[in-house]
Design a protein around this ligand. Structure first.
Ligand code: IPM
Ligand code: MN
Length: 330
């Protein structure tokens, strides 16, 4: 079967790292048709559009999407984040953001091997709220957090199923139940109830502030972390910083129900300051492509890519040098 893969290079280093990821995909021999989209800051600045309806309709028909990064100087904050990235997460119902972190022991810690399962369609990302009397001394701004039993439970179930497949079978809920008492209570009860169906998975709970300390001082205590959208956003930048840096952090925005394509992207942004210099590490994009292969059922190819990345650990060079080395080893 030939997979129909949407390619959104985006801006800055996005197209550079995606080019290396597709180079590696080509090397696997997996049959796919790239469907290229011109989306991101450059398109917005040129045409004034962020996600045209015809592009979204075409994306819905695909098997998966590989995205580099979007964001360009001159584009106001929120335009691309809400208009493109979050629009895709919400519209395609990508309700799990699966972010793995792995690193050998280093001076920073005794090694990292964890996955953050971040709820990806609700919380404070849902866009609830608004502004009144903007720009006046009486301005009011509210930004609520939306937590539904349905949304929390499907994410929690995914995390338990993942934990069950891993060696340690351990799941930590990270939240702030001592302050966010309404949402925290919903999350905590949901985890407790679903845990009843997963006797083989051990569970723990950490407040998000404490989790920040543990992630730095003793990340080895984590196996699977399940958490709210905003906490997951922040924790995954921290987790990347203690496990090889943002150039290694991959992510899968998943629709596990498979009612549409899932989207795979490095956690990093478009880094306009290093665009064109060859300094970008394409590994995060390449590992994201491996996650895509795995989700598409191409487990063997995915394993070869992961293995090739591991064997290219020592490669130093430009973005394309690293991509070439990984592709060659695939
Ligand atoms: C991420 C990013 C996005 C997020 C932004 C760019 C909307 O930081 O994928 O972690 O906040 O989720
Ligand atoms: Mn982020």
């Amino acid at each position: 079967m030939t997979h129909q893969i949407g390619i959104i290079g985006g801006d800055g280093i996005g197209p550079e790292v995606v080019a290396e990821a597709t180079k590696v995909l080509d090397a696997t021999g997996v049959a796919y048709t790239p469907v290229v989209f011109d989306l991101g800051g450059a398109r917005y600045l040129r045409d004034g559009v962020v996600l045209p309806a015809e592009d979204l309709a075409a994306i819905r028909e695909l098997d998966a999407v590989l995205l580099g990064a979007v964001g360009a100087p001159g584009v106001p904050p929120g335009v691309l984040e809400r208009g493109l990235l979050l629009a895709l997460r919400f519209d395609l119902d990508l309700y799990v953001n699966h972010r793995p972190f792995a690193a050998p022991p280093s001076p920073l810690n005794d090694g990292v091997d964890l996955v953050v399962v971040r709820e990806n369609t609700e919380g404070s990302y849902a866009g609830e709220g608004g502004v009144l009397r903007r720009g006046t001394p009486h301005e009011v701004a509210t930004q609520g957090s939306v937590n539904t039993r349905f949304g929390v439970e499907r994410c929690v179930r995914y995390a338990f199923e993942l934990a069950r497949r891993r060696d340690r079978r351990h799941l930590t809920l990270v939240h702030k139940t001592n302050v966010l008492t309404f949402a925290g209570d919903l999350w905590e009860r949901t985890v407790t109830e679903v845990a009843g169906e997963f006797d083989d998975v051990e569970t723990a709970y950490h407040h998000v502030d404490a989790a920040c300390i543990y992630l730095v001082q003793d990340p080895g205590r984590y196996d699977v972390i399940v958490t709210d959208n905003l906490f997951g956003d922040i924790l995954t930048d921290l987790a990347s910083a203690v496990s090889g840096g943002i150039g290694r952090a991959a992510s899968a925005n998943l629709n596990p129900a498979r009612t549409g394509p899932s989207l795979f992207e490095p956690v990093h942004g478009s880094a306009p300051d290093i665009a064109g210099t060859g300094a970008a590490d394409p590994r995060a994009a390449i590992i994201s492509a491996a996650m895509m292969l795995e989700f598409l059922g191409e487990e063997d190819a995915a394993a070869r890519v992961r293995d090739a990345v591991a064997k290219s650990e020592d490669v130093v060079g430009t973005t394309s040098d690293v991509g070439d080395a990984v592709a060659e080893r695939v």
